[in-house]
Each structure stands twice: as structure tokens, then as C-alpha cells.
Write a protein that binds this ligand. Structure first.
Ligand code: ADP
Ligand code: MG
Length: 223
């Protein structure tokens, strides 16, 4: 479903990494680790095709980094759900509106939108919060809403960029549990983190970005 072939990405003529090779199958869960600045967010942005490889090839679903056209990007992105450390909810809208907003461009009927919003809120256990404003929620609740938003278009892959970076250990585990639950329904997940405690609690594939000599390399350390 996702393949990196000899991927290099350079920023200002400096390789962030090169020779990245890995695959992710449908429904797989994988942690992406590496210290700050190793290139985790860059790798996720490459999958989102926000940026393109300087060398090599990424294929995701039916899309290929060498042939993708700007007009295909919205379709590609509908197949991805993205979650960030800082939640990125729209502060001036309530939770229901934050979620329905994502469906606006998809030509769904208002009945469908309502059902999808309610289903994804149920998935993260926050139906009762639908009329709250983002600033009335705790950090853990905000991140659960961000997860609900990420799954609302039934993506094949969720990209979580340090989703527990602003949360305490207990809440972090709750977020991991929710993503595991969504994963068991068949959605692949890439979970970037530098929280090694979380890794211990779930025996999943791990991809580590490490500094090589002149660049950073990626390797599977555990299957
Ligand atoms: N658009 C950009 N602006 C600034 N720095 C960038 C950019 N793209 C890549 N980099 C560089 O890429 C490296 C990896 O950054 P990043 O992917 O954010 O790492 P991580 O998410 O693992 O902390 C950093 O050294 C950073 O300087
Ligand atoms: Mg990052």
C-alpha cells in the first residue's frame, strides 16, 4: 500500500535522509522513531506529498511521487488521516463543526454528514462533547477529536506526528489504545514518536530514522 524506494529528501542542498526503503502493508501498524530533527515529520510530509523526494520514489495507494499531479492531491489526501502534536482544531467552531467541515468538499448529503460525524465521535468516546468548543476540552479530549476528524473520510492510512507529545503518560496510552482499535478495523497507522515507553506497550513494527555517516538511514529493527 505504501512503498519508499531509495528515497532521498534534501532541504537547502543538505540531505535530511537518503536511501530510505520500506514498505507498509494494508492494515499494518508501525511506529516511526528517531530523535528530534531526525526527519520523522519530513517523512510523513513526503507521504502526504506535501513535499516530493529529491531522488527515488514513493508510492501510496494508486499514487506515485514521480507522476502525481497537483489536481490529484485532494483525492490522495482523502485517503489519509493526519494527526498532529498540537491538535490543530479550528478554535472558532464547535466540535461538530470541526468534523463536518472536513466533509464539506466531498458532496455528501447532510444526513450522511451527520451520521459520519456522530459515528466518528462515538469511535473516540466523545459523542457528548459535540457542542463543546475546542477550548473547553482537555488535551487528551482534543487529540481524540483530532482522531475523529482524521478517520471521518475512512482513510486507508493514518499519519500521527507525535500525537502524544503534549500529553501526560496515562493520556498518551489512551490515545495509543484508540489508534490501536482503529487499526484493528483495517486502517494502517504510522505513529511517529520519541516516547520509548509507548513502544514497550505495543509490539508493532518499528522504523527508526538514524543518522548515518553523511545522511540518515532507516531500518526496521523489529517486525
Ligand atoms: N521546510 C523545512 N524547513 C526547515 N527545516 C527543514 C525543512 N525541511 C526539512 N528540514 C530539516 O529537516 C530535518 C528534519 O526535520 P523534521 O522532519 O522536522 O524532524 P523530526 O520530525 O524527526 O523532529 C531538520 O534538520 C530540518 O532542519
Ligand atoms: Mg517532527
Amino acid at each position: 500500500m505504501l512503498t519508499f524506494n531509495n528515497v532521498e529528501y534534501s532541504y537547502l542542498n543538505q540531505p535530511v535522509f537518503s536511501d530510505l526503503n520500506f514498505e507498509l502493508n494494508q492494515g499494518e501498524f508501525c511506529f516511526l522513531i528517531g530523535k528530534s530533527g531526525a526527519g520523522k515529520s519530513t517523512l510523513l510530509q513526503l507521504i502526504y506529498m506535501n513535499i516530493l523526494p529529491t531522488y527515488g520514489r514513493i508510492s501510496f495507494d494508486e499514487y506515485d511521487s514521480r507522476t502525481i499531479k497537483p489536481r490529484n492531491l485532494p483525492m490522495l489526501r482523502r485517503k489519509l488521516g493526519v494527526i498532529f502534536q498540537d491538535f490543530r482544531l479550528l478554535k472558532d467552531r464547535n466540535i461538530y463543526e470541526n468534523l463536518s467541515f472536513v466533509l464539506e468538499a466531498t458532496n455528501k448529503s447532510s444526513g450522511d454528514i451527520k451520521r459520519k460525524v456522530n459515528d466518528s465521535l462515538t469511535d473516540v468516546g466523545l459523542s457528548h462533547r459535540r457542542y463543546s468548543m475546542p477550548n473547553e476540552l482537555s488535551g487528551g479530549e482534543k487529540q481524540r477529536i483530532a482522531i475523529a476528524r482524521a478517520i471521518i473520510n475512512d482513510p486507508v492510512l493514518i499519519l500521527a506526528d507525535e500525537p502524544t507529545g503534549n500529553l501526560d503518560p496515562e493520556t498518551s496510552l489512551e490515545i495509543l489504545e484508540i489508534l490501536k482499535k482503529i487499526n484493528t478495523r483495517g486502517t494502517a497507522v504510522i505513529f511517529a514518536t520519541h516516547n520509548y515507553e509507548l513502544l514497550k506497550s505495543y509490539d508493532a513494527k518499528i522504523i527508526r530514522i538514524e543518522e548515518g555517516k553523511a545522511h540518515k538511514v532507516i531500518m526496521k529493527i523489529k517486525q
